[in-house]
Design a protein around this ligand. Structure first.
Ligand SMILES: C[S@@+](CC[C@H](N)C(=O)[O-])C[C@H]1O[C@@H](n2cnc3c(N)ncnc32)[C@H](O)[C@@H]1O
Length: 471
């Protein structure tokens, strides 16, 4: 699918630019509406095709015409807000036209329609804006492609959309979550606390940069970033983590010299705290069971000062290619890759001091980083992940030497992937006991005080459950 706002077509569209006072809340001023519609439509089309929110934005901006920073910023903001409420907006569109066969629509058209629906339902856009947006859609995508959604366009802002009346349904609608997620978190954490979790899932994500002390010092990295116009703040703990406040003209940190030289890497604070909980030291033998793309492998090596051994296992060859690139870029010399299924016996004979288990999970603690994730989850995944995680822990136990430890971490909230996995493991492995890791955080739920939980609204990082199991 081509980019509807680029090259020749873009120049042609310039003659019919709509000058709009569209998003006053975002600073006011005129914008090229055709370009906004085009970018929003394409970003949502990529996301609907299965890309992550971040991946979809990066891909479309890469193809977009140079300049137009204002339009791009508006389009990205609108696309992200639309992704956050995607399921709700899809239901609203279906309500407005039950006959609409969305699977037959060109995806950018459907994406642009969903974004407009978001503006009407959640930001009270008026009929004038609907009309202007609709004309922009016709110019950008062409009349025949927009024709099937004309009925919805005619009703938007005129016909009232019914939202659910019960409490769970209303919260799901207002905050943009699948209803079953709201029900589950209400049941496990109580309404008040669950609301905080759900609201934080819609926060603007905080960018943390981990300084790679294998290549530089915190001072040197901070100075280099500062010289390039990046405003940062050093954290007191862990001392190698920087908070990125702002960059000059929105320059992505990936383009900075510090990043390209492997001095810093973008890594969530919670992910760093998992490695702090593991407390790796030089000359240890470490097994990293779900290692790709290598965030934690490389931080383990940093703590170990590139001394000792890390065996990094992952089932995905594709992701291990990314692992290799990261290990190389950050100057890690002690990590060996092993592409294998961690649920099956591995071709390893030695015992390890530390086994890190960072398995796939529902990632509810990372919804703020990718708003598309929540719409791809299904309730049955909880059971699937529970089984997989438990099977991995059992395998991990085969490789831990006497006095060694397993560190189990998931970036999610439900008990079934957290405390319940550990309870089940301990019931069949009496040789292990829980040990409190010396990191900040809240206690585990279900009376599991030695485990640590991190919550986005309290700890300003991805939500995590972390347990250290000592043999
Ligand atoms: C949460 S991610 C790991 C992130 C990684 N620890 C890091 O910090 O960059 C989970 C990983 O588990 C891998 N995985 C899933 N099932 C697996 C299995 N059966 N055996 C080994 N790895 C598996 C996935 O490919 C994915 O890379």
């Amino acid at each position: 699918m081509g980019f509807a706002g680029s090259s020749k077509k873009r120049r042609r569209l310039d003659t019919s630019v709509e000058r709009l006072h569209l998003f006053r809340a975002m600073g006011g001023g005129d914008v090229d509406l055709d370009l906004v519609v085009s970018i929003v439509g394409e970003v949502l089309a990529e996301a609907l095709r299965g890309r992550s929110g971040k991946g979809a934005i990066a891909e479309v901006l890469r193809r977009a015409p140079r300049g137009y920073l204002r339009e791009k910023a508006l389009a990205v903001k609108l696309a992200v807000e639309t992704m956050r409420r995607l399921g709700v907006l899809e239901k609203a569109v279906q309500q407005l036209d039950a006959e609409l066969r969305v699977e037959r629509l060109p995806r950018p058209v459907y994406g642009a329609l969903l974004a407009l629906t978001f503006r009407v339902l959640f930001e009270k856009a008026d009929r004038m804006e609907v009309a202007r947006w609709a004309w922009a859609m016709r110019r950008v995508f062409g009349f025949p492609k927009v024709h099937p959604v004309e009925y919805v366009l005619a009703q938007l802002g005129v016909v009232e959309v019914q939202c659910p009346e019960d409490d769970e349904g209303l919260v799901a609608w207002r905050l943009g979550y699948p209803r079953w997620v709201v029900r589950l978190l209400f049941r496990e954490f109580g309404r008040h606390f669950a609301l905080k979790l759900l609201e934080a899932g819609n926060w603007e994500p905080i960018t943390y940069l981990r300084v790679n002390t294998l290549r530089t010092t915190v001072e040197e990295a901070a100075d280099a970033l500062d010289a390039e116009g990046f405003q940062i703040k050093e954290l007191r703990y862990p001392p190698y983590v920087l908070l990125l406040r702002r960059s000059k003209e929105g320059k992505p940190v990936l383009l900075s010299k510090a990043y390209r030289q492997g001095w810093v890497v973008s890594q969530d604070l919670g992910s760093c705290l998992v490695v702090e909980a593991a407390h790796p030291t030089p000359d240890e033998r470490v097994l990293d069971l779900c290692a790709a793309p290598g965030m934690k492998t490389t931080l383990l090596a940093q703590h170990m000062k590139n001394r000792g051994v890390i065996i990094s296992v992952d089932r995905s060859f594709r992701r291990m290619v990314l692992w290799r690139e990261m290990v190389w870029r950050l100057g890690v010399e002690i990590a060996e890759p092993l592409v294998a299924d961690a649920v099956q016996p591995l071709p390893l004979t030695q015992q390890f001091d530390l086994v890190l288990v960072d398995p796939p999970c529902t990632s509810m603690g990372a919804f703020w980083r990718d708003p598309m994730m929540k719409w791809r989850l299904r309730p049955r995944l909880l059971r699937t992940y529970f089984r997989l995680q438990l099977a991995m822990l059992k395998q991990a136990a085969c490789y831990v030497g006497e006095g060694g430890r397993i560190v189990y971490a998931v970036c999610t909230y439900p008990f079934e992937e957290a405390e319940k996995v550990v309870e089940e493991f301990l019931a069949t492995h009496p040789g292990f006991r829980l040990e409190h890791p010396e990191i900040p955080g809240s206690s585990g739920c279900r009376e599991m005080r030695e485990a640590v939980r991190l919550y986005t609204h309290q700890h300003r990082c991805n939500g995590y459950f972390i347990a250290v199991l000592r043999r």
